[in-house]
Design a protein. Structure first.
Ligand SMILES: Nc1nc2c(c(=O)[nH]1)N[C@H]1C(S)=C(S)[C@@H](COP(=O)(O)O)O[C@H]1N2
Ligand SMILES: [Mo]
Length: 254
């Protein structure tokens, strides 16, 4: 099967290195991008049909060549966040809201003490680079089990601390979402550790999503709260993610 990952990375995907920067794929309106976008619906249906619940490839420690290349927001400047960071995130709490039977407010120490999953996976950015890193975190399914989503809940929305855009119209903080199939996938974790260390600020401390069968922009960093919803009306321009609202695919399967 020609997966998005192979389309995007071409032959380079065959020589896996820890971190690979590829030139020439960076222009926002390339033919490649147009082709990929046209294939979105097909990709999601085909991937679900062909791959079902299959796992994304996992790698060995030796495949980790360098730190995870930070991209997008690499720091947060809100006073609230800086306060939490100064305290080693001891006062951070993950809020779980929306269409759930039991809204949650989970302290950082509880999150890091919960049963965790560690996985060494490759992160593919739509800009054309990829990086292998080791991620440790709480399976999202465990958090959903505690919150008990209502039957009508269709998506999990991630609200982030970082301001990704400042314009005259105001500030926009990063947001992303995934559906319940990806939310319950065994490799979908809320990571608090990277390469054996607490998650660095540049890579989304204190908590970032890993959703390993999709592109990098789905992996929301600096997660402040998660919200269960039945539609994207009322979130940004209604397409479910900061980048989807700007023309990228909401389902970014690889
Ligand atoms: N909150 C937030 N999450 C984000 C981004 C961002 O700007 N803000 N950028 C996305 C993009 S495009 C990529 S490739 C990855 C980068 O993750 P990294 O910095 O750990 O490599 O984070 C994604 N998640
Ligand atoms: Mo990205």
């Amino acid at each position: 099967m020609i997966s998005r990952r192979n389309l995007l990375l071409g032959g380079a995907a065959l020589t896996l290195s820890g971190c690979k920067l590829l030139d020439g794929l960076n222009s926002g309106d390339s033919m490649l991008r147009a082709t990929l976008q046209g294939a979105e619906n097909l990709t999601m249906t085909a991937q679900r049909f062909l791959l079902g619940d299959s796992l994304a490839p996992e790698f060995a420690e030796a495949d980790i060549r360098q730190g995870q290349h930070p991209n997008g927001s690499t720091a947060v400047d809100s006073p609230e966040y800086l306060d939490l960071q100064a305290g080693g995130f001891a006062n951070y709490r993950l809020q779980v809201t929306g269409l759930v039977e039991t809204p949650l407010s989970i302290p950082y120490a509880t999150l890091t003490a919960m049963q965790s999953r560690t996985q060494i996976t490759r992160h593919d950015c739509v800009e054309g680079w990829s990086c292998i890193a080791k991620w440790t975190g709480v399976p999202l399914s465990m958090i959903l089990d505690q919150a008990k989503p209502l039957l009508k809940a269709r998506y999990v929305v991630f609200h982030c601390f970082d301001t990704i855009e400042r314009t005259l119209a105001g500030e926009v903080t990063y947001y992303e979402s995934i559906d319940m199939v990806d939310a319950r996938h065994p490799q979908t974790i809320l990571a608090w550790g990277m390469n054996g260390q607490p998650l660095p600020m540049a890579n989304g401390a204190p908590l970032r999503l890993r959703v390993e069968r999709q592109l990098g922009y789905k992996m929301a960093k600096y997660v402040q709260s998660i919200e269960l919803v039945d539609s994207f009306a009322g979130l940004g321009s209604g397409r479910g993610s900061y980048w989807a609202d700007r023309g990228y695919e909401w389902y970014a399967g690889i």
